[in-house]
Design a protein. Structure first.
Length: 281
């Protein structure tokens, strides 16, 4: 039996909202295709292009994808940010976007963002940072998630910020793989559950938590070294015991295995395979 798997999971930016598009690359997959090396390799190659370049459909027609993405970002920045909100200090907004990109994996308060931007040479106040972050979210360049266990005031001011598209994020960072992986996991989960997506940070941190599904997800590019493996597993186990979570996953770049510990099962799965499984939910 043949099925068409949806391999590209894409985000199309518009002025008012996101259109989530799933582009079929017409990869015809047989039952048990995972055990056919040529088909598996084709899926992974297709995914790699999405991982680094993002999911804007127009990209397919361009060889120099980075230049096209850079031009698109400039249109968004100048048209939907600077012009729409009549920004008088576009340099501080530009710097904020760059610092948010570099801080994708870290919870950030408005005050921390203010300090980072100010230290880089653009003096801004907390009120300005709050406004600028709101503009970025309203134009769907970024989205944010809250700490599930934080008090309400901290939920509003100490959040994790992600970019709606890996290609745009990749314009701002060097050695991007770790950040791109977590960003893509965030985008995929946010597309499924929206505001019901959280992170957990209380003594230990777990990257993503979906309460209704009792589902915890760590995003870790590589867990082959013992220290990273132990940190990610222990974080999941401690949090799962406290929250009574039932579904535990570590999403990696390439590693796959099952970890049985303390009466919990942790599924370690490569991101390309994890995203295909999400589409089957």
């Amino acid at each position: 039996m043949y099925t068409k798997q949806k391999v590209y999971i894409c985000v199309l930016y518009t002025k008012q909202y996101l259109i989530w598009i799933i582009l079929s690359q017409d990869i015809i997959l047989k039952t048990n295709w995972l055990y056919t090396p040529s088909l598996r390799n084709e899926v992974v190659r297709t995914f790699d292009a999405y991982f680094y370049n993002g999911g804007f459909p127009e990209l397919i027609a361009f060889k120099d994808k980075r230049s096209w993405l850079s031009g698109l970002y400039q249109k968004i920045f100048l048209g939907d940010l600077v012009a729409r909100y009549a920004l008088r200090n576009s340099d501080s907004m530009s710097l904020l976007v760059k610092k948010l990109a570099e801080s994708v994996m870290q919870p950030s308060s408005y005050n921390r963002l203010k300090n980072i931007v100010s230290l880089a040479g653009e003096s801004v106040g907390v009120r300005t940072v709050i406004d600028y972050v709101g503009y970025l979210e309203e134009t769907w360049l970024i989205f944010s998630i809250e700490n599930y266990v934080a008090r309400f005031a901290k939920r509003e001011s100490n959040r994790k910020y992600y970019f709606i598209d890996n290609g745009i994020l990749n314009l701002f960072i060097f050695n991007p793989e770790t950040l791109l992986l977590e960003d893509l996991v965030a985008v995929s989960l946010y597309r499924m559950v929206g505001k019901e997506l959280y992170f957990y940070n209380q003594n230990v941190e777990v990257d993503f938590y979906i309460p209704d599904q009792k589902w915890l997800v760590q995003a870790s590019y590589n867990i082959s070294d013992t220290q990273t493996f132990t940190r990610e597993v222990n974080g999941l186990l401690k949090t799962a015991k406290f929250l009574k979570a039932e579904k535990l996953q570590i999403v990696t770049r390439n590693e796959e295995r099952t970890v049985e510990q303390d009466d919990f099962t942790i599924e370690v799965i490569p991101i390309w395979k994890w995203m295909i499984m999400l589409e089957d939910k």
